[in-house]
Design a protein around this ligand. Structure first.
Ligand code: 5GP
Length: 176
């Protein structure tokens, strides 16, 4: 950890402003309905809790954990459910809450898996999107920020489990 360098990409206030905008949009589009947030552990936990508190519609939350990078920063391409949802999503308006879309493999798999459980609707909100890195076609329904191909940490995102607690989002080991 001591040799790693961080460069600020998005400050806490900027993130909070965008989360509030997303919450307005989602509250308007789901008006009169209750939404079930599915938080993808662990990276989306801070985003999901901030977003949830800003929503003006009835809301439930559940959690799912899928395998990701481990200690490497390159995508393995293999997706596995490590912790499944506690309850059925059948007939519910489901919104997957993700921290970042990179290759798209994780959400492509999760969407298909959750659709087979017959929700009434299924959408995806991601805080960050790195469209340059896509390996499968995937477009989130709501996105906080599109970013270039950087490896980022903070606001829930980690490197070897470090940095999740940072209020802002930082580029890890930037070249300049
Ligand atoms: P995908 O399946 O789209 O390639 O990867 C999605 C997952 O990879 C994210 O949920 C996140 O856990 C991880 N990931 C992708 N890019 C980054 C990044 O820049 N920083 C961190 N910390 N994790 C990332």
């Amino acid at each position: 950890m001591k040799d790693e360098k961080l460069k600020l990409l998005l400050g806490g206030e900027e993130i909070a402003g965008r989360v509030a905008e997303l919450a307005e949009l989602i509250s308007a589009e789901y008006e009169g309905r209750k939404v079930l947030l599915i938080c993808v552990l662990k990276g989306a936990v801070i985003f999901a809790s901030d977003l949830m508190r800003r929503l003006k519609i009835p809301v439930e939350i559940d959690f799912i954990a899928v395998s990701s990078y481990g200690s490497d920063t390159a995508s393995s391409g293999v997706v596995r459910i490590l912790k499944d949802l506690d309850r059925s999503i059948k007939g519910k308006d489901v919104l997957i809450v993700e921290d970042i879309v990179d290759t798209g493999l994780t959400l492509n798999y999760l969407r298909k898996n959750l659709l087979s459980r017959q929700p009434r609707s299924l959408r995806v909100v991601t805080l960050l999107d790195k469209p340059a890195r896509r390996r499968v076609e995937f477009t989130p329904d709501y996105c906080g920020f599109e970013i270039p191909d950087y490896f980022v940490v903070g606001y829930g995102l980690d490197f070897n489990e470090d940095y999740r607690h940072l209020a802002g989002i930082y580029v890890l080991n930037p070249e300049c």
